[in-house]
Design a protein around this ligand. Sequence first.
Ligand code: DGJ
Length: 693
Amino acid sequence: MSRHFRIDDARQTLVLAAKGDRLPQVVYWGARLPDGEDLDTLHAAHAIDVTGGMLDENPDLSLCPEATRSFPGQPGLILRDSDGTPLLPKFCYQSHSQDAALALIYSDAANGLTLTFSFAIDPDTHMITCRTALDATRPVHLHWLAAPVLPAPQHADEMIDFAGRWIGEFQTNRTAWSAGMRYRENRTGRTGHEHFPGLIVPCRGATNTQGEAYAFHYGWSGGHRMIAEELPDGRRQIQWGHAARMETAPATRFETAPLYITYSDSGLNGCATAFQRHLRDRIVTWPKPDSPRPVHYNCWEAVYFDHKIPVLQDIANRAAALGAERFVLDDGWFGQRDDDTRSLSDWTVDARKYPDGLHPLIDHVHRLGMSFGIWFEPEMINEDSDIHRAHPDWVLGSEDQTLGRQQKALNMALPEVRDYLYDRMSAILRDYPIDYIKWDHNRVLPMPDAAQTRGSYALLDRLRTDFPMVEIESCASGGGRIDFGIMQRTQRVWLSDSNDALERLRIQHDAALFLPMAVTGSHVGPRHCHTSGRVLDMSFRAWVAAQRHMGFEMDPRELDETETATLKEVTAWWKANRDWMCGADILRLDSADPAVLAEQQLARDKDRFVVFAGKAATSTQISPRPLRLTGLDPQATYRITLANRNTLHRLSRGTTALKTEALKLSGAYLMNHGITLPWSFPERMWVVEGQRL
Ligand code: DGJ
């Protein structure tokens, strides 16, 4: 007897099948199958043959591969009984239900264990959300629990996962599939710059715009483990879960975070748009969904810890004149925070810097028509703080631990710590009209601990319940905490501390594999970049920021007339386009020139688009290679114009068509041949607007 389950949307089908009462395995995942497909036959057809050197029957690559069934790879569950004895479960079918979601329940009566797998598919975003839960009749110790285990495609030569560092987030790694395992484990206790929990498996020949690809994201902020393993028989498995041994106490229930998976038949972009749409339209909750995303001003790189009300008011005047709509007061307003050695956790306004509290600054900002946001780093504490002196026992980890940015983490599993933070933060939110928090997290944890992440989530959830109109930005020294778990509780990410537009161009390009424009903060930095020393043209800095949720972070007093005019112009352009761009898909283009990093933001109705073609380096050839667009209606005619042609005269001498006029071209031409852009310097951006006629 065979049991099978099928879930579909318009572009993909996932079929699970099980022999008798055994755990089910994914026997098909890919392009949509016909409705009438016989799943018994499909299950039978999926079996691999047996030959020399193999067992007499090949163990299933089930949703939780069991060591007890001779599985030749990594098992999906490793646990010990309450007395420490290793448990070796064998699960059998108990029940299932299939309505909006598919739930499969399997139990091991001898060991008193139950496994529950759930799958939900979103027909609009093409995202499948799945997770595994383990229940036990008495407290057990968990070492490893995988979210539902998926097969990886056979017609793939490589996989793409993500590394990174401070000011260098979202670096793609391409690794060839081979026998054995690629094992990524993040034991830092936060999502991390180094380990964004995502994986894309492109099938042979896939590019940004075409071919098949499979993608995975583990929505958890505490550190994860990923296993991509090729078994001796050639099958491939993908496992995701919390980093091993993060559950430090025995318990009767454990649950993985949601694993988000999707299949694409339109290249990496099919995966990217599934993640972008799902994050923006299903995961993030927007306090004011109908309000435009405001242009930010953040004062960090202008003043750092040196807060003086008249200076901040002057900066606010200039920021508002440039077009800013939200003023964010960064680190330095509380305790005695004159540098980063002290005061974290003393969340009271510094009366030396703000003798009348924050009102004079906030009132000023409001008079300028901007809203007001404020920085916190709630989970952290400096030894030099009143709270550390009063409650050294609130710290996570040992007393003699290595500090990170001179700070320790608070133990967020302690209810009294969360209550203290809630009281201090809610007092600030009640005392002042604040509609935005930049929530920072600037060090890794002394050890991974799932209870810490759950504690952070609980504090966020409580604040959000009581202050539902306050938006939150997730920052962790830039992009150290970006994942769908934190994004369920926040509305924006500070993608990177790099305000170097050249570096940002690349980081944004790769982050768009998962992140939509609406949540991705991007600021125009200082003329002399503080993290790279580069000096970049204002036009380039402004257009790179205009690719995402735009803001400014330089000292506006440094701007000359030309820079001011350029920034005002680009900001006005962004404001005129942000509403449709916020709902658009970001499609990475297959640029024929490796020096050009290009993307096309395409409205959901495909009626308009904008192409950002960033020249990251000098090309090897003289003339720009045509840039092929994507996702257009081949039969439709589009009017395309160069949005920033006013910068042309400084760059080249020719009189090509696009330089002088709007062009009317078919979608077929634009996708098959591409746009021929004018010549330009490196570190410049061409912006092309398109409208269906
Ligand atoms: C790290 C963040 O990434 C910066 O943007 C800034 O908020 C500093 N922390 C403040 O300490």
